[in-house]
Design a protein around this ligand. Sequence first.
Ligand code: G3P
Ligand code: MG
Length: 259
Amino acid sequence: MKQNKLFELRRPIVFAHRGASAYAPENTLSAFELAIKQGAPAIELDATLTKDQMVVVFHDSSTERICGYKGKINQMTLAEIKKLDAGSYFDPSFKGERIPTLEEVFDLVGDQLLINIELKNYLTPFDSLPQLVASLVRKWGLQTNVLISSFNPIAVWKIKKLLPETPIALLALDGNSGWLARSRIGEILKYQAIHLHYSDVDANSIAYHHAKGHLVSVYTVNEATLLRSLFERGVDGIFTDDPILAQDQLYTEEKQAKE
Ligand code: G3P
Ligand code: MG
């Protein structure tokens, strides 16, 4: 059986968070295309449902921050969402950039990179997002190219049943809010990876999870010194808006280790 990309890529894996979002509007086709060009081995994206049950790639529940329009993604149809400009907020040169569907991202990226799909159904934890994402992953034959994660344990549980051949990751909020996910109770989900906030990562937590066979990836780090120290601590993956910076720091660290 073909091994999932998560286990094949060289570690630490650099995940371009919402695409190369330091250089292009987040979660857009431009940001994902740039991540590919910048040599990122993996991307992270946020998946959410529209009113007409289409899976789109968007972080917030409201369209206001990105599109300047006060709307709720789950109360708008895909046709309505497609009229919005998701690029100008970042830079006028991206005017006209659209919120992509998950299928449009699959079409662009295909099996070139590992795709971490974060299930974003936090306001509607029992919706059909896991079922719809699972059926799109199967339709595009990407079971061995995706890693699915969520802060929502129900979504993680469901996706595990729907796509048993695909690895899952539990996301943990930082500090006290994330203690349950980081505890043994979170391990009931039998995840392959845990995605932690960088402030919750130390040598002990990494050793603990490695002993259990879990990969440990850390979000979201855009600062050179912190990137280097996390690489030195032995994290398996890092989420960053700036894949160029992360890869530079990684290679610097590798070079120094060889010297
Ligand atoms: O998946 C890592 C990270 O994306 C989780 O937080 O808010 O950026 O989706 P957020
Ligand atoms: Mg995310």
